[in-house]
Design a protein around this ligand. Structure first.
Ligand code: AMP
Length: 113
């Protein structure tokens, strides 16, 4: 776990977050710069730099992110939402600790810009 990783610091409680869900493997918290009325992130506590770095041993963990994200979305009052994983700078990834964006609460256009 790199000392410089922002999301590892959030997991350790060194940086505050608006937590929506936590268990021994996963954390969900509101995005600090929401791009929709509901916008939160689901992250594994294990440091994985991004989608391309997911190993076979992580498959169950990544699947759990989807299940937990859906449950948190329902709790937040949305059943329709967009799920985004950015992989690499060109795709818009700015934090290199894998995270699943969940966005909803408004009509979302497609394709993204
Ligand atoms: P990405 O651009 O896919 O790497 O997404 C990173 C996301 O993390 C962005 O939507 C940021 O707004 C969000 N973010 C950055 N710092 C924080 C923070 N301290 N708490 C919550 N969300 C953050």
């Amino acid at each position: 776990m790199p000392d410089t990783c922002l999301f590892c610091k959030i997991i350790k409680g060194e940086i505050p977050s608006d937590t929506l869900y936590e268990d021994d493997q996963l954390l969900a918290f509101r995005d600090i710069a929401p791009a929709a009325p509901i916008h939160f992130l689901v992250i594994p506590k294990k440091h994985i730099s991004g989608p391309s770095a997911v190993a076979e041993e992580d498959e169950q963990l990544i699947g759990r992110m989807m299940r937990v994200g859906s449950k948190v979305a329902k709790k937040e009052g949305i059943e329709q939402f967009r799920v985004v994983f950015n992989n690499g700078e060109e795709a818009g990834q700015t934090v290199f600790h894998i995270h699943m964006h969940i966005l909803g609460g408004r009509n979302l256009s497609w394709p993204p810009g």
